[in-house]
Design a binder for this molecule. Structure first.
Ligand SMILES: Cc1cc2nc3c(=O)[nH]c(=O)nc-3n(C[C@H](O)[C@H](O)[C@H](O)COP(=O)(O)OP(=O)(O)OC[C@H]3O[C@@H](n4cnc5c(N)ncnc54)[C@H](O)[C@@H]3O)c2cc1C
Length: 287
């Protein structure tokens, strides 16, 4: 069940990052709990990955056990307006499934890559929508077994969820949507997809928006006004299409991304007195 020295560049959208000491892709909750126990018995740190579309793994990789819940852990069911999806279900596919069942609320998620576990962890959102308000139940596991958060036990805010505070592996997310007109749902999704295609550098590897939006500011325009659009360090480049994205021009390393992020933060602080906080999760160690 465990691969050793597994190159995480293979499972992250940026395509960079060193190896995981141990790497597992469990296909059931039982296998997942067994993996967590394996780690606990050996004192190994645990890191969970979905599709790796919102992470930057450092060049030294991740010590301990990395567990990936992606297409190996993807079951979904629909019951009237309730959708229950395992962590590895792709968020965008769940949004399309909702549309198929004439359920509204997830239109914003079309085009967000990654899994619903990662979306829950990040409280992913776009175009005035967020997963948080739709969540009715979260199932998770720890080494001691399974657990559940019900609707009154969540905390969500901008790109923040309770899952970030507690060492849980989210296994499944239950959402409540609104029955609605399918044609309107599909039209909205098409419009949002078109906006993404027009504004985002989808032709290059990225991890989405690099920084969180600071109150009262827009990141892309600030970076552009600071003259940083197109700036490149090694193979990492501030996208010329959307300055809020940093893309891999093909041969970037984790260090290129880290240097570019730090450079942008310094420049924006100096010029606008604004602290930019990374939205992408920076994981692992330098060596
Ligand atoms: C082109 C592009 C566009 C994007 N657009 C958007 C957007 O519009 N809005 C937005 O919010 N995001 C966006 N993103 C970022 C990303 O797609 C989302 O945050 C996505 O929900 C992350 O899912 P993932 O499976 O890839 O998570 P990963 O990147 O694998 O993980 C993200 C974090 O969640 C944790 N995690 C993942 N799965 C679990 C789990 N099962 N249990 C516990 N913790 C877990 C990881 O440890 C990590 O800290 C974009 C990314 C790209 C590349």
């Amino acid at each position: 069940m465990f691969a050793q020295n597994f190159p995480l560049s293979r499972v992250t959208s940026l395509g960079v990052g060193g190896p995981a000491d141990y790497f597992a892709r469990p296909t059931s909750t039982d296998e997942l709990i067994a993996a967590l126990r394996f780690a606990e018995e050996r004192g190994l740190e645990i890191t969970v990955l979905g599709y790796g579309t919102n992470v930057l793994v450092r060049s030294g990789g991740i010590r301990g056990l990395v567990i990936q819940l992606a297409d190996n852990f993807a079951h979904v069911s629909v019951d009237k307006a309730i959708i229950t999806a395992s962590a590895g279900c792709m968020f965008g596919s769940v949004s399309k499934l909702a549309a198929y069942h004439s359920l509204s609320g997830l239109e914003f998620a079309v085009g967000i890559p990654g899994g619903i576990g990662g979306a829950l962890f990040m409280n992913a959102g776009a175009y005035d929508g967020e997963i948080g308000p739709l969540v009715r139940r979260v199932d998770f596991v720890t080494a001691s077994g399974t657990g559940t958060w019900d609707a009154d036990e969540f905390t969500f805010s901008y790109r923040f969820s309770r899952a970030q505070q507690e060492k849980v592996v989210v296994t499944s997310v239950t959402l409540e949507l609104q029955p609605s007109n399918q044609r309107e749902i599909l039209a909205k999704m098409e419009d949002l997809q078109a906006r993404r295609r027009a504004r985002q550098p989808l032709e290059f590897p990225s991890a989405g928006s690099t920084f969180k939006r600071p109150a009262g500011h827009y990141v892309g325009p600030m970076i552009e006004q600071a003259g940083l659009k197109g700036l490149r360090i090694g193979g990492a480049e501030v996208s010329t299409k959307h300055a809020g994205f940093i893309i891999n021009r093909g041969n970037a390393t984790s260090d290129d991304f880290l240097e570019l992020i730090a450079y942008i933060q310094r420049e924006i602080k100096q010029r606008f007195d604004v602290e930019l906080e990374p939205e992408i999760r920076i994981l692992g160690c330098d060596q």
